[in-house]
Design a protein around this ligand. Structure first.
Ligand code: PLP
Length: 386
């Protein structure tokens, strides 16, 4: 049986979500900008989705802008703030997703200065470090809500308070957090927040950017007058209604699913930690419920992943975007792991369909493979620790 444990890379689209989306491909196919009946029907679906997204994060519908996903939302928030300022300084962290890091790097080439804050061994950045990095020309702070590799949750509320005190717009990439842990833009003190539907059982290629009323950023997509003239492009109505339905369902079931996944994650990490020379990466408690990132010393994670794949078990090494490259995870390196320890890390991310018996099977198979790989590992043999 296939066991999927890579929900941080993407989730399947929930059947209930798919059902809501289907009519928008064929019957309610109008362009949401058209003024006739077909257009108005499509627009109704979009308006409902806008409210669903707003309700899920404690925002107002007018503060939600639909995009093509997390990458676009991150690009828009950061480049939008930078373009408006023209020049200046940005604060972010060294463990952000590439969608944030590469955007910041592109702005450095355009003359902006960027501070990439370091993190502690658990992958957290401190609000004090953010405060210390502030400059008179700081135009934006961007810190992710939860990390995609290790699941560590950042102290967003406190960092937001620092931003607010200093009148600096604060963006958070909540792509991994949305639909999994409670989010409230006011409680979190954020001005800009990115989400992506395919991380919470919605469709791929659709997301949203929350922009607090009064927060100004430049537009990013130029063209038509969609999204109150802030984001041009014909709206992906099936995707947008899917996003709305998916976030509503995720919030409805959040408490129950959080508890279930956290229990399975505990079972998985306790089972795997019975092996010698194995440790859990990320914060012990302030982490996403379904994330278990473990380093198996003396093992190449890619090899473990491929062996698990042969057994029908899907996991990942580092972030999906960097797989294929042989570089160890930059997130784990920034957390202080050695190259060897970072290369030995496997990410298991649990989701809605996983069961306790699947987890037990994964523990058993992983242990077997690790013992086998270690028995032929020069890394391990050299230390005489087989
Ligand atoms: N930000 C984080 C933290 C992510 O994990 C991802 C996707 O893996 C993204 C941004 C990019 O989102 P999307 O795949 O919707 O472009």
């Amino acid at each position: 049986m296939e066991i999927y444990l890579d929900h941080a890379a993407t989730t399947y689209t929930d059947k209930k979500v798919l059902k809501v989306m289907m009519p928008y491909f064929s019957e309610t196919f109008g362009n949401a900008s058209s003024l006739h009946g077909f257009g108005r029907e499509a627009q109704k679906g979009v308006a409902k989705a806008r409210s669903q997204v707003a309700d899920a994060i404690g925002a107002k519908p007018a503060e939600i802008y639909f995009t093509s996903g997390g990458t676009e939302s991150d690009n828009w928030a950061i480049k939008g703030a930078a373009l408006l300022a023209g020049k200046g300084h940005i604060i972010t962290t060294s463990v952000e997703h590439h969608a944030v890091l590469e955007t910041c790097e592109s702005l450095e080439k355009a003359g902006f200065e960027v501070t990439y804050l370091t993190v502690d061994k658990d992958g957290r950045v401190s609000p004090e470090a953010v405060r210390a990095a502030l400059r008179s020309d700081t135009v934006l702070i961007s810190v992710m809500t939860a990390n995609n590799e290790v699941g560590t949750i950042m102290p967003i509320k406190q960092i937001g308070a620092v931003a607010k005190e200093n009148g600096i717009p604060f963006h958070t990439d909540a792509v991994q957090a949305a639909g999994h842990i409670p989010l409230d833009v006011n409680d979190m003190n954020v001005d800009l927040l990115s989400i992506s539907a395919h991380k919470f059982y919605g469709p791929k290629g659709v997301g949203a950017l929350y922009i607090r009323t009064g927060t100004k950023i430049e537009k990013f997509m130029h063209g038509g007058a969609q999204e109150r003239e802030q984001r041009a492009g014909t709206l992906d109505t099936p995707g947008i209604v899917g996003l709305g339905a998916a976030i509503e369902l995720a919030v409805q079931d959040m408490d129950k699913e959080y508890e279930r996944e956290a229990k399975l994650a505990k079972r998985l990490s306790e089972g795997l930690l019975e092996l010698p020379k194995v440790f859990l990466n990320g914060h012990k408690t302030d982490r996403l419920p379904g994330n278990v990132n473990i380093s198996f010393e003396g093992i190449e994670a890619e090899a473990l992943m491929l062996h698990l794949d042969l057994e029908g078990i899907s996991v990942s090494t580092g972030s999906a975007c960097s797989s294929g490259s042989t570089n160890p995870s930059y997130v784990l390196r920034k957390m202080g792991l050695t190259n060897e320890q970072a290369r030995a890390a496997v990410r298991f991310t649990i989701g809605r369909r996983n069961t306790a018996s699947q987890i037990d099977e994964v523990i058993e198979k992983t242990k077997d493979i690790v013992v086998r790989l270690r028995s032929i590992s020069p890394l391990f043999a050299d230390k005489g620790e087989r």
